[in-house]
Design a protein around this ligand. Structure first.
Ligand SMILES: [Zn+2]
Length: 428
């Protein structure tokens, strides 16, 4: 494994870690403008507060500058600048003195993991709150505390990013990648997604691609709904396969979340590559969905989208807590996801249908394709070639033939090129 991209992705995650992101606001803008440094094709869009997006409405923009709790001696015992998970997302502004009884109504902890701060938001109900570890809460005394949240709600906008990399052979057909930029200070379940996605964009930009690539960086849920509301018609016509990139940074077993019927081109490509390169991966059905595939695969949208992850959201203990920090992800974990996704995309790029040019088995010997010397492995090479030819009937694509024969798409791509060059196969 060449870890060069892995280290760069990890450095990028470090840089983005402390930006206080939410579903709207400057945290999203700052994050996108840093991502743009890696792939300048990234365009940033704003949708104004109040805009109807399907059944939803773009909320007021929320920004936060500072927040703390001081004890009666004036000592800060909770400081947003130390960890931005300390403030409940979308908290109302507040400044005042408050007794412990009342303060406790506004405090959220995680008693089962007493050292961790939970991630809590209140997007659609107006309230304020602080999040802290259970241990910090237990150390509070029956005294008066000063609370301060310097936040602001205003008519502003929701921000998202988009990269379009035009394809050459089939520019009207698209592969769609989506990731989200809306969680504060968390690493696997937030930053691993945009870091892998932006490096995939950079890699795709440097290649000649068959497909056009559409890559969205959106706040989860409201952002993907808003994105679809602007692009759904075009996407329904064009998107051949898509992936939600999230939870891509640890080194644990890979996870695959199916589309509703697990039968799209995206599912087939993901399963094929996982089988050959990530043995032992876990499969989750669409019933266990949780990220933006909820929108992309909903009944009225039904884009061919699935998701390949490492530890899936909701399935690891650090999820949505302060323990999902930079120690949970690594260059190796990010690189693994990057390489797996690039293999999936290459499988799609090379996924043609082929048709044999002659009836019956062709004579390989006269074309120099049959080894005249019998060596270990040569019989297998011939068998792979003959199997490919046997299934190249114009109906099966490369991924289907790989699934039937058990030979990897990478190897079949080489065989296909050789057979096309020898004029035994043609593109169907
Ligand atoms: Zn989340």
């Amino acid at each position: 494994m060449n870890l060069q991209n892995g280290f760069l992705m990890y450095e990028l995650a470090k840089r983005l870690f402390k930006i206080p992101r939410s579903i709207t606001g400057n945290g999203v803008r700052d994050t996108l403008s840093i991502l743009k440094e890696t792939c300048p094709l990234l365009k940033i869009y704003e949708i104004p507060t109040g805009t109807k997006v399907f059944d939803w409405e773009i909320p007021k923009e929320w920004n936060i500058r500072d927040a703390w709790i001081k004890d009666p001696d004036g000592k800060k015992i909770i400081d947003f600048k130390e960890n931005n998970l300390h403030v409940m997302g979308y908290s109302l502004p507040i400044h005042g003195k408050i007794g412990l009884d009342k303060l406790l109504d506004h405090i959220y902890t995680l008693p089962e993991n007493p050292g961790w701060i939970p991630y809590v938001t209140s997007y659609y109900k107006e309230r304020w709150g602080f999040c802290m570890s259970e241990l910090q809460k237990r150390s509070l005394q029956a005294r008066e505390y000063e609370v301060f949240i310097d936040s602001e709600f205003k008519d502003g906008s929701l921000t998202y990013g988009e990269i379009i990399i035009p394809g050459e052979a089939s520019p009207e057909k698209e592969i769609f990648l989506s990731t989200y930029v809306c969680h504060p200070q968390m690493a696997n379940h937030e930053l691993s997604g945009p870091c892998v996605a932006i490096y995939l964009a950079k890699w795709l930009q440097a290649r000649q691609n068959r497909y056009t690539y559409r890559i969205a960086f959106v706040p989860e849920t409201i952002g993907s709904i808003a994105y679809l509301s602007r692009n759904i018609e075009k996407m329904k016509e064009r998107v051949e396969a898509g992936f939600v990139i999230t939870c891509a940074g640890d080194t644990k077993t890979y996870s695959y979340l199916e589309s509703p019927y697990a039968n799209t081109l995206a599912d087939r490509a993901a399963r094929n590559i996982l089988k050959h390169h990530a043995s032992g991966y876990k499969t989750y059905s669409f019933l266990e969905r949780g990220s933006d595939e909820r929108q992309y695969c909903s009944a009225g949208v039904r884009l061919p989208v699935c998701s390949v992850m490492r530890s899936k959201y909701g399935e690891y203990p650090e999820y949505h807590t302060s323990a999902d920090d930079l120690s949970l992800i690594s260059a190796e974990g990010l690189e693994g996801s990057f390489e797996l996704y690039s293999k999936i995309l290459l499988a799609l790029e090379n996924n043609h249908k082929y048709k044999g040019k002659c009836a019956c088995e062709p004579q390989l010997g006269k074309r120099g394709l049959y080894p005249t010397l019998s060596m270990a492995g040569s019989a297998f090479a011939v068998r792979d070639m003959m199997n490919f030819i046997a299934y190249a009937d114009g109906e099966n694509d490369l991924i289907a033939i790989s699934d039937i024969t058990g030979v990897s798409v990478e190897k079949l791509t080489e065989i296909a090129e050789q057979l096309v060059k020898s004029e035994l196969l043609m593109y169907a």
